[in-house]
Design a protein around this ligand. Structure first.
Ligand SMILES: CC(C)(COP(=O)(O)OP(=O)(O)OC[C@H]1O[C@@H](n2cnc3c(N)ncnc32)[C@H](O)[C@@H]1OP(=O)(O)O)[C@@H](O)C(=O)NCCC(=O)NCCS
Length: 182
């Protein structure tokens, strides 16, 4: 059974291991740097760092961090999901889904209206994420047309889509072009 809980500082090594294993030798170190940077980044707050445990062992991690909308006169609490990873040997058993769903429940309870993600359309659409650009919500850096569908948004508050438009501005750590080449 999967147990999702808030990550603590004691989980840092396990979280690192999850991302290294899930993203591999090429991408892993960059993702670990992203996670560690975001955890210490004041502009990423409020953030939500969750781990999934199976039999007391950390097997997955997801991080949600604050974003703002530009122009900045729109009072909409929004977050971005990045990154998400599950140990390869436990993938396909619902751990990633448990992390995403727990995070979305938590964000809804915290009053967050919009959640963004840059990721696999076929995966994130199962949670209700939809292509964001067509809804007037641009990514911090232009996404190549062939990957347009990978920039997605999910509304946690009815009616918010269509009311808010603009460009998403991420935390300083995530606001780096290397994280936006899809
Ligand atoms: C993507 C990831 C987090 C999914 O975690 P998971 O625990 O395997 O996910 P779940 O068990 O909840 O869901 C599995 C389902 O998602 C599907 N899925 C997994 N990766 C997918 C992908 N890249 N695109 C589309 N569907 C995908 C599986 O086919 C499976 O489908 P099924 O339910 O119809 O059998 C995991 O594969 C992972 O860590 N990958 C490497 C890191 C990564 O790419 N992270 C996401 C960055 S956007």
């Amino acid at each position: 059974m999967v147990n999702v809980r808030f990550a603590t500082t004691d989980d840092r090594a396990a979280v690192r291991t999850v991302h290294e294993a899930a993203f591999g030798l090429t991408e892993g170190p960059e993702i670990v740097a992203l996670v560690e940077g975001l955890l210490g980044d004041a502009t990423a707050r409020p953030l939500h760092s969750l781990v999934a445990e199976v039999d007391g062992r950390v097997v997955g991690h997801v991080l949600f961090t604050a974003v703002t909308m530009q122009p900045g006169d729109q009072e909409t609490a929004a977050q971005i999901l990045a990154p998400l990873a599950v140990l390869p040997e436990v993938q396909g058993q619902g751990v990633g889904g448990a992390l995403v769903r727990a995070g979305l429940r938590l964000l809804a309870a915290a009053g967050v209206a919009l959640v963004f993600v840059l990721g696999y359309p076929d995966y994130y659409s199962r949670f209700g994420f939809r292509p964001a650009r067509a809804l007037g919500l641009a990514a911090p850096y232009p996404i190549p047309a062939e990957h347009d569908a990978a920039w997605m948004v999910l509304a946690l508050r009815p009616g918010v889509l269509g009311q808010v438009h603009g460009t998403v501005q991420c935390a300083d750590t995530l606001n780096d072009p290397r994280y936006w080449r899809e």
